[in-house]
Design a protein. Structure first.
Length: 289
């Protein structure tokens, strides 16, 4: 999660958009598909499943590889793992029922997960050295959205503009961070909150936007920053402002907003004197003995 890796995303996105997918990385149209991952990849899986089903490509579910066991029947299981070494993902692949196609999206083509599936999408140009992911998950989401029919040629330029701007707020002015999203952007909200926890060791939460009023808003105060992905409902804005929290809702594409949230997390970590690339208690991949 170096600043260089965050700022490199427009360039990486351009390379991704110039890439022709030769594998059914996001399922063939009409297939019943399950997307699985751990941590960041689980949030990406949730967003992809929502995007795929909404676009009419077929029934799509998502879940945590660390919690999965065989149950519902799928035509294909897609696993997402930057490192390609996550133990729980390998355990999933060992349990996939006969006749179910398997696909992996990884950052390392020579990894055990890449070797364990029938089809693999290798995004080695989006891989990163940092423990904390930034450009790999956004690139996966970019390709998914393109696959489901969106025209995203403008996004790299929009991201360059957004990442060159000064922050909307100073992260160090806040002690509590809340990220809200709706539909597929709820996965982005979860990922943004995770970045703040991982990199800056700060109190951060994420919720479906309209559910925020159903309890979590009780802890909002004048040092709370609420970041909204996508459109902010007027009545929700009114309720949040009554708590004296600060709201950020920028008019960028939600994926670009996520890159801005990553930068906010990095700024907060730097202000706290933390190593944003090697957070305490974390490693690049969870490999169980």
């Amino acid at each position: 999660m170096t600043q260089q890796e965050i700022l490199s995303q427009p360039q990486v996105w351009r390379q991704a958009l110039a890439t022709d997918l030769e594998t059914p990385a996001f399922g063939k149209r009409g297939e019943r598909v399950l997307f699985l991952g751990c941590g960041t990849s689980a949030f990406v899986a949730e967003s992809i499943a929502e995007l795929r089903e909404r676009s009419g490509h077929g029934v799509s579910d998502a879940g945590y590889a660390s919690e999965w066991s065989p149950g519902r029947t799928y035509d294909r299981i897609v696993v997402i793992s930057r490192s390609g070494t996550t133990s729980e993902v390998l355990a999933v692949l060992a349990q996939v029922p006969d006749g179910t196609a398997t696909t992996a999206i990884v950052g390392v083509g020579s990894s055990p997960i890449a070797r364990a599936v029938e089809d693999v999408l290798v995004l080695d140009f989006a891989d990163e050295r940092s423990v904390v992911q930034t450009r790999f998950p956004t690139t996966v989401l970019l390709l998914a959205r393109r696959e489901f029919g969106e025209d995203l040629g403008h996004l790299p330029g929009e991201a360059e503009e957004a990442l060159s701007r000064d922050p909307s707020v100073h992260a160090s002015d806040f002690s509590h961070f809340v990220f809200l999203g709706r539909s597929w952007t709820y996965g982005l909200a979860q990922e943004a909150a995770l970045k703040v926890r991982e990199a800056a060791q700060a109190w951060s939460e994420s919720y479906p936007a309209l559910d925020y009023r159903h309890g979590p808003i009780a802890v909002a105060h004048e040092e709370t920053l609420v970041v909204v992905f996508g459109e902010l409902a007027h009545d929700l804005e009114h309720d949040i402002r009554r708590t004296r929290a600060t709201i950020v809702c920028e008019e960028f594409d939600p994926l670009v907003q996520l890159a801005r949230a990553q930068a906010l997390a990095a700024d907060l970590a730097s202000a706290r004197g933390l190593d944003i690339d090697s957070p305490r208690h974390l490693t690049r991949s969870v490999v169980l003995g």
